[in-house]
Design a protein around this ligand. Structure first.
Ligand SMILES: O=C(O)CCC(=O)C(=O)O
Ligand SMILES: [Fe+2]
Length: 325
């Protein structure tokens, strides 16, 4: 039942995901972001600095890409070796999603561990399999990624400030970032009351910046109910992850019976060698670490290996590293 769209959906209106204006007084912004992270772990931003014409161009070129015949899309396909590119068989929590995606790395040449095996030190370089068509696809994606990246790092700074840390406290962990973007295309679905476009999940990254079109479908879990996020193609949705000082919100995307829908996520993730663990400044005897350290690159390599087929177990998740109470 957890995977059905119509169960436990909140009425529209009384509770809405916070909307934060990123222009103006920095102290106000820091306070609003801190509160939204504590209360929701999810918020929308407006006046974010990403040019609206670029958001539109990105949607257009994405549509042109996905409208192509399957043979053409498969030329830019991801596979067991290369975890980025076109893919239409994603599973969230072992249930197949009603969507197709194109993933691309911010850094065209990104280092990751060659294997999930903790004893293997070998690294390999992964690169984006850019499609030849549409011809402007690559340029638009790269320009878009550059703007989104600037915004993601600005938000990282604001989040650090809101935690009482220096703004640049986390930047160093992202020098050889493995961050990537994902274009989600949800075709119209004749079984929209039975199927989800993207099953319930928490993102695995430090921070996600999500753009969506005007169709709607994104929902965030709040006090046991699914709250729909008002679709606004000019706003961006931010979703954070932290050591439980801030919430990491569960969310999902429902599909539409008639309309297709696009969303584009940037997942901000660190360099492959970074050990992810609670920051020393945020733990104390009274507030001990809630998570065990884990190597980001190995986590990424493990997930990529298991993304392809339906597994007998759930995919590796951050909560696998949670310290038992
Ligand atoms: O399409 C959406 O609104 C959500 C997508 C999402 O949560 C994801 O790609 O992680
Ligand atoms: Fe997500």
């Amino acid at each position: 039942m957890e995977n059905r769209p119509n169960v436990n959906v909140a009425a529209i209106g009384p509770e809405e995901v916070p909307v934060i204006d990123l222009s103006g007084d920095i102290e106000r912004i820091v306070e609003e972001v801190g509160n939204a992270c504590k209360e929701w772990g999810f918020f929308q931003v407006i006046n974010h600095g990403v040019p609206l014409h670029l958001l539109e161009a990105m949607k257009e070129t994405s549509k042109e890409f996905f409208d192509q015949p399957m043979d053409e899309k498969k030329k830019a396909k991801r596979d067991e070796v290369n975890p980025v590119g076109y893919h239409d068989g994603e599973h969230t929590k072992n249930v197949r999603d009603w969507k197709e995606v194109y993933d691309f790395l911010i850094d065209d040449s990104t280092l990751i561990p060659a294997s999930p095996d903790p004893d293997c030190q070998e690294l390999r370089t992964i690169t984006n399999p850019w499609p030849e068509n549409p011809s402007q696809f690559r340029v638009v994606c790269q320009e878009y990624a550059g703007e989104m990246e600037k915004l993601a790092f600005k938000l990282m700074e604001i989040i650090c400030l809101s935690l009482g840390l220096p703004g640049g406290r986390l930047k160093g962990y992202f020098e050889e970032q493995t961050s990537f973007l994902r274009i989600n295309h949800y075709p119209p679905c004749p079984f929209s009351d039975l199927t989800l476009g993207c099953g319930r999940h928490k993102d695995f990254d430090f921070l996600t910046v999500l753009a969506q079109d005007d169709v709607g479908g994104l929902e965030v879990k709040r006090n046991g109910k699914w709250v729909p996020v008002k679709p606004d193609p000019t706003a961006l949705i931010i979703n954070v992850w932290s050591n439980e000082r801030y919430k990491s919100a569960e969310h999902r995307a429902v599909v539409n019976g008639e309309k297709e829908r696009y969303s584009i996520a940037l997942f901000l993730v660190p360099s492959h060698h970074v050990m992810v663990k609670p920051l020393e400044e945020l733990v104390s005897e009274k507030d001990p670490p809630k998570y065990l350290p884990y190597n980001w690159g190995k986590f990424y390599a493990t997930r990529n290996r298991s993304d392809y087929k339906k597994q007998n177990v759930d995919n590796i998740q951050i909560h696998d590293f949670r310290v038992p109470n």
